[in-house]
Design a protein around this ligand. Structure first.
Ligand code: G
Ligand code: G
Ligand code: MN
Ligand code: NA
Length: 254
């Protein structure tokens, strides 16, 4: 299709760039990490958000190349920040179900770490709940291979799918990420508040970190602190930032 060939051109012509959104510990605002979020700067159409091209990249198989480029860019950036002593915690990269189903993906991640010199302990992967529930036994195998080498694992968009508690217990994951759709309408929507509270309680029971994304107001932050959510991410703290803007932000905060 037109978009597919435009995506291919965009990769060749370096029209993609990666932004980094800080994730903080709610108690003391210390750095947990940054989430790598891809952006497409089109020469004529301007900035195109990932929602408009990631699904197309997934359906066309281009996500393999694009995903590999994002991972490499993030790892190279991480090495640079380590050299410059910029405190970024970990870098969390989103990986789609298509990437995770690719048998060569684990090997590709290991190669990327080796070639860039980025330590596995500094990398996190955000995987979706839908990937896990489609074939939980397969997910356990794939995720275990990452966990074994020290990569941290978070379940993204948690609450939007239907994760069985028994699988959650077996999965080698470190963190649940409460989907922003449950945070957005706090404190107006009592159902969303109940869901957020339930996810936090579930994380606590399973000894997992819980991060809330899309936190935009102090009222939401206060609610999350009160319920003992452990980490936060959202416009209240920082937008997704270019690499340079992130290191400035990190240096200037106290
Ligand atoms: O950055 P933004 O909030 O617009 O991202 C919108 C959606 O695009 C989110 O669901 C996010 O997970 C996804 N997305 C952003 N960057 C990446 C990426 O590098 N890889 C994948 N697979 N998805 C991404
Ligand atoms: O990976 P995921 O699809 O969950 O990506 C998170 C998305 O949420 C990104 O597109 C990011 O730009 C966006 N985002 C991050 N913080 C906020 C926020 O506080 N409010 C809103 N509305 N969106 C946010
Ligand atoms: Mn994510
Ligand atoms: Na998410």
């Amino acid at each position: 299709s037109f978009v597919q060939s435009a995506l291919r051109d965009a990769l060749e012509q370096s029209q993609f760039f990666v932004t980094y959104q800080p994730q903080l510990r709610i108690k003391d605002y210390s750095m947990v990490g940054v989430e790598a979020l891809v952006r497409w700067q089109h020469p004529e159409r301007g900035l195109i958000p990932p929602d408009s091209f990631i699904p197309i990249a997934e359906n066309s198989g281009l996500i393999r190349e694009l995903g590999a480029w994002i991972l490499r860019t993030a790892c190279e950036q991480g090495v640079q920040w380590l050299n410059e002593q910029v405190n970024f915690g970990r870098i969390y990269v989103n990986v789609s179900a298509t990437q995770l189903h690719d048998e060569s993906f684990t090997e590709a991640v290991i190669m990327c770490l080796k070639e860039t010199g980025f330590p596995a302990e500094k990398l996190g992967l955000e995987v979706t709940e839908s990937f896990i529930m489609k074939d939980p036994q397969h997910a356990i195998n794939v995720l275990s291979s990452f966990k074994e080498i020290g990569i941290e694992l978070a379940i993204d968009d948690f609450g939007t799918g239907y994760s069985s508690l028994s699988y959650l217990k077996q999965l080698p994951i470190d963190k649940l990420k409460i989907d922003q759709s449950f945070i957005r309408d706090i404190p107006d929507d009592p159902n969303d508040m109940a869901i957020a509270e339930a996810v936090i309680a579930m994380g606590k029971a399973l000894n997992l970190e819980v991060i809330a994304e899309g936190v935009e107001s102090q009222i939401q932050a206060d609610f999350l602190l009160d319920k003992e959510c452990t980490e936060v991410q959202g416009y209240l703290y920082a937008h997704p930032l270019t690499a340079d803007a992130f290191s400035e932000w990190e240096k200037q905060r106290d």
